[in-house]
Ligand binder design. Sequence first.
Ligand code: FDA
Length: 498
Amino acid sequence: PSFASSGGGGFLQCLSASLPRELVLSQDSPSFGSVLLSSIRNPKFSTPATVRPLCIVTPTNASHVQAAVLCGVRHGVRVRVRSGGHDYEGLSYRSERPEAFAVVDLARLRAVRIDSAAATAWVDSGATVGELYYAVAKAAPGLAFPAGVCASIGVGGHLSGGGIGMMMRKYGLSSDNVIDATIVDARGRILDKDSMGDDLFWAIRGGGGGSFGIVLSWKVRLVPVPPTVTFFNIQKTVDQGAVKAVTRWQTVAPALPEDLSIRVIVQPRQALFQSLYLGNCSALLRTMSSEFPELGMMRADCREMTWLQSTVYINSGDLKTPLESLLNRTTSLSTFTKNKSDYVKEAITEDSWEEIFPWFNRTSAGIIILEPHGGRVGSIADADTPYPHRSGVLYNIQYVAFWTRSGATDATNWISGLYDFMEPLVSKDPRGAYVNYRDLDIGENTVVGGVTSYDSGKVWGEKYFGGNFERLAITKGEVDAGDYFRNEQSVPPLVSRK
Ligand code: FDA
């Protein structure tokens, strides 16, 4: 079938013959707009100019996902899969170029089944990490799962691309804790760990979403947490020594005991040190006074709580916010953002930080978030999983520019200016980036002869995956040589060089 010329008529007929009518929303269906919007995070991808899907398929079981893929392959219409819709470039529901495509929205496939005795869970891709946290802590107090900080992130995309969070220094990325998975491949088959083979099982744990198939469900290892954890937020202004504290933090944080994670949010004229400690206040005070006295942490900074409460508190800063807020899937469409990322392997000097801080005075709408590595996340070998930013990485930087209706130009100029300024200070050859902080500025695929070219993919791919990119492309060649699962930054199939 010719993808370029497909108008979608045959595809829609195929869907209506294979799926219950109410699960397929074409553009003229009354709920198309609201379902499309339901998990869009970034209003810049919801404009009249946005390339929207031909239809949205909302599966309620695995056979519906298979049918959508089979109809798509047969009639030359690609599907993009959406779990939580948090992709920073919106690639799960919009196309950068004109294209007739469909969205398979997994929001209704979101069961979490917990085996407390085995300390494992099966979680469907359409669940959010907040739903996962809540289900785990309620069913198995004492167990937890290491994943990201924002509760509404979808499990499907997050686990596909890694999963940076406050417990990764002790337990690794979310994807490091995946022990089985089920996936619908480009032939419409459902495969699990044993039937998909080692390469594909390796690739889906960090190789980025949208390239290899549609992951339906993940079996994850749950991890032990104590009944009481301790959280702190310590704000330091530039006048209170923020520059010195951040400079020192760079080498201290990645070397701290694994139970302790301190991330930093650099904001206009100040830095916020945010920490989760898997233990009580007294033990944390002892560790902080021996390892990082410069921060001046005091007993009054301690907030003791359960691990589940900490997943709420980190965003709300309020112990009264109900735990049920983790189950809220509604997203606000008020803030436009642009995000970029880097990795730092050699500490940035105090003089350079003196120059970085004033960048935040030029805007009221930009921050950077520094996430410490080291510990478990840094001790896994670079080639064991697609995520290559392991040994020797001190921390990840996430750049965030945000704006409301107007101000796009200022904000995007600001973030690209800062990114250019940082170039000599961060990892190089290649300059690293994190696939879950998707950024189309670092490269977009070119399609040659109907298939994404390896060379175009390499440009962005080696930034996300380093030396693992080639194995990802070979795996793609093995499982989807025809490049059915394709987007602007999907892994290209590499067939000839094997
Ligand atoms: P979405 O549904 O948009 O999918 C993302 C990509 O994966 C798309 O290419 C999509 O096609 C593909 N995909 C989705 N489901 C799939 C499936 N079932 N099978 C195969 N491919 C699939 N990250 C982090 O590591 N730590 C953090 O703390 C945060 N915090 C954060 C906060 C906020 C507000 C946002 C918007 C984002 C983050 N992130 C993050 C980034 C986040 O991890 C990343 O955007 C994930 O890919 C989001 O997964 P979703 O399922 O929500 O995205």
